[in-house]
Design a protein around this ligand. Sequence first.
Ligand code: BGC
Length: 790
Amino acid sequence: MGYSSLTKEIRNGSNSGKKVKKNEMKEMKCQKRTRIIIKSRFAANILKYGKGKHMKQLTEKQKEQIEVLLKEMTIEEKLGQMNQISPSIVGGFDVSFEELIEMMTDGRISKEEFGRMMAGAKQDYHDDVNRAGGLSSVLISDPEVANQLQKIAVEETRLGIPLLFGFDVIHGFRTVVPIALAEAGTFEMDLIEKTGRIAAKESRAVGIAWHFAPMVDISRDARWGRISEGPGEDPYLASAFAAARVRGLQNDEEDSNNEVAACLKHYAAYGACESGRDYNTTGMALSMLHNTYLAPFKAAVEEGAVTVMAAFNDLNGIPCTVNKYLLRDILKDMYGFEGFVVSDANAIKECVVHGIAEDETEAAAKAMAAGMDMDMGTWIYSRKLKEAVETGKADISDIDDAVRRILSIKMRLGLFDHPYVTQEQMHRYDTLPQEHIAHALETAEKSIVLLKNEGVLPLEKSANISLVGALADMPEEVLGSWAIGGRAKDCVTIYQGLQNAGAAVSYHPCCGPEGELDEAQVRMAVEAGDVIVAVVGELASMSGEASSRADISLPGRQQEMLKMLLESGKPVVALLMNGRPLALSWEKEHLPAMVECWHLGIQMGNAVAHVLFGEVNPSGKLTCTFPAVTGQCPMYYNAPKTGRPGSKSKFTSRYLDAPVEPLYPFGYGLSYTEFTYSDMDVQETKEHLQVRVLLKNTGSRDGAEVVQLYMQDVCASIVRPVKELKGFAKQYLKAGESKTVTIMLPKYQMGFYDDQARYHLEDGRFILYIGGNSKDCLSQEVYVRFEITG
Ligand code: BGC
C-alpha cells in the first residue's frame, strides 16, 4: 500500500470549477465516510521532503573504524564523547558567572561593566580533561583556540578522536541576513537554502562544523521572545523552511568540506510554552503535536538533518530532555533518525529542578534511557553515568549507541581527515565577498512587509526627509537576536542606507525603545523635513532567548514620539524594526504608512532605502499573525474550529474588549502595485488537486505576489483547523500583466495525525482557498474520496 496508489473522486463538478449546490450537498452527507488510517512508520514517511542524501554517507571502512574505536574505548572515553561544553569563565571577580549575569539583569552593574569584566576574564578550556579523552564538542568560534584544542584531542589523546566545534549560527554567521521570522516571509526556499550554504562556508572556515540551527519551533504567541528565531506560526511554511535550510547547511556540491551538521531545535513544542513565557510548561493533545509542532522537525529529518537539540520545556509533564516518547519512539523509531540528539544547555541538570529526578545521577540515567545522546554543558554524563551503569540504572548498550551516532557524524563531516583550519581559511571572510553581501541585500529587500500605505510611499528621491528614532542608527541592532558572528563593521543602518541612496536626510534620534524622549529634538525634526520617517520598534535584545514580553505594544516612549510627530500635520512613515509581531492598533489607525522591516541583518539600511524609494517593490508576507492587542495572544490563523466562532454576537468565542479579528493576518503584505485574483478552478489529476487562479497586476508597477493555497477539512473525526496553508507560489508580474498560477495539492497531504500518530485520510468535503493572505481568498468546495488501489 502506498499513498501513490490513492485515487480520488471530486464530486460536485469540480471540473467546472463551480460551488456545491444545495441538493448535491445533501446527497454527499448521506454518503458513508471512508477512512484510511496509516500507521506508525509509514505515516512518518507519508509527507516526503528530501531524500536525506546530504552530507557524505559513511563508507563500509568508516563503519568498521567506528566499531574498532568502540571496542577500544573505556567507559570514561565513551562518556567523553557524550560531553559537550562551553569554556568556563574564571577569575577576575569575586562572584560566580551566574551571579554576575543576575547583577547585570537587575541593574547592579551596567552592560558595559559586564562586557569589560568578561573581556578581562580568563577562559578555562579544560585541557587536562580534553587530553584524557573527556571532551567531544566545544561551543567556540575562535579558530586559533579551536586549533589548539583540536591539537590536544587529535595528537595527545589515546584514540585521537577529533573535537566537533559547535556554535549558534541562526541567521547567518558573518553574513547576517534577516531573522528567520522575516526571512521565511520571502517564501523563497532557494534564498533560505543559500543563506544556509553561505553560513556553512563562513563558519567552517573558522572551524565551526556544527550549527545549533535551524531553529524550527512553531510559535503562535508573540509574547515569546524566541518567535524571532524561527519561521513563524505555520507548519507547512516552517517545514519548507526547515528542509531548505538543512539542504543549505549540509549540502555543498562544490566542496563537501564546507558542509556543517545542522541541529534541529528545540525538540519539541518549545514555542507553545504556556503564556509565551520562556522555559514555561507546555501541554497539548498529541494530535496537535504531530500535526503542527513536529511537522518541521519531521520534514527536516526527511531532508537528512543529522542532529537534533531537545527543548528545555516539559511536554505534558515530561521534560523533553528525558522524554522517551519524543526522543526514542517518535524521532529515532518512527522517523528513523540516525543522527544524534543533544540536550539544551544545562537541561539535564535542570531535570532535578523540574522535580523529575531526585539527583544528577537519576537525571543522567533518565536522559540516557530516553535517547539523549549528548549532554550540553552540565558534565553530568561524564561524571555520573558511569555510576548509573554500575548500579544498573543505565544501560551500556544505550551509551554505545549514542557514541556510535556521534562518531558517525564526526566522520561524515570529514573531521577525522581535516581536523584543523589553516591560516588562509580563518581569514578568508575577514572581508565579506560581494556575492555574500548581495545575498544579504536580496533577502533583506524581499523580507520587508508593507503593512499600510495611504499613497505616501514610495518617496521621491528629492524629498526632504527627517529621519527620527534612535534605532535608525545603531549598527548592531540591525542584526537582531542570536547573531553572535555578526560584526558592526559590516552593518548598514537605516540612516547610512538613506545616505548611500543619495537622499536628502537629516537625522534626529529623539527616542529609542528604552530611555527618554527628547521633545526638543522632536520639534527640530518636525521643522527639518517635509516628510518624517520614524524608525520605531525593539532592540535586538528584546526578542530571542529569555526575552518574553507581557505587553507587546511599542516599548518605551516611542508612541508618544509618534503622536508628537503626527501633530505636525506632516506625513509620518513608520519603519518598524522588531523581532516579533507587535500590537499596533493605534499606530495602524493613525499613521498613513507602516513598513515592517524586522531585524534585517547587515544590509538592512540599503534594503530599506531601496524599498522607501521604490527601487524595490515590497513583496514580503507576514509569517505570523499580528494581534490587535496583547491579550489576544496566542493568536494564529490556523486555529481549531470552535463550536462558536467569534462574531459580533455575545455567546461566541471572543473578548468583550478586543476585536475578533487580528490586526494583520498570516500571509499578509501589500505591494506598491495591486494584484487581483479571479477564475479559480480546481481540477483533478491522479494524485493531486490542481488549483488554478488568474492573477493580474492591475497597478502601474512591476511586482511579485505570493499566491497562497489554503484548505479546510469541513468534517473529520477530530476537530480540524479553520484553514491550513497547503501550497504557495511566488509570481512576478509586470504592470498590467496577468498569468494563471497553478498550485498542486498532493492528495496525501490532505490528511492529519490522530493522538496515536496515525495518519488519516478521510473522504469528505474540503474547501480550498486561494489568495494573497490567509483572510482574503477565493474559495471553492470539493468532495474528495480517497481510495486505495492495488
Ligand atoms: C539555547 C539554545 C542554544 C544553546 C547554546 C541555549 O540557551 O536555548 O538555543 O543553542 O543555549 O548556546
